[in-house]
Ligand binder design. Structure first.
Ligand SMILES: [Zn+2]
Length: 68
């Protein structure tokens, strides 16, 4: 991934949170040492209606479990 601050192409992941339905990563630039967060979310237009419903149910259950 390109650094959002200096556009350097050499960046790396320092931490990954896969505990919920959305994967979050902490990234760092090798040139300017800027640190930022990214989120990976599904793109629903490649899924059919049943898959979207199943995923929404999964998210709702995951969020309920996180709150416990
Ligand atoms: Zn940078």
């Amino acid at each position: 991934m390109i650094c959002p601050k200096c556009a350097n192409e050499k960046t790396y992941v320092t931490d990954t949170d896969k505990s919920g339905p959305i994967v979050e990563r902490i990234r760092r630039c090798k040139a300017c040492h800027y640190v930022w967060r990214t989120k990976e979310i599904p793109v629903f237009n490649l899924m059919d209606t049943e898959e979207i419903k199943a995923y929404e149910t999964y998210i709702a259950q995951s969020l309920t479990e996180i709150k416990k």
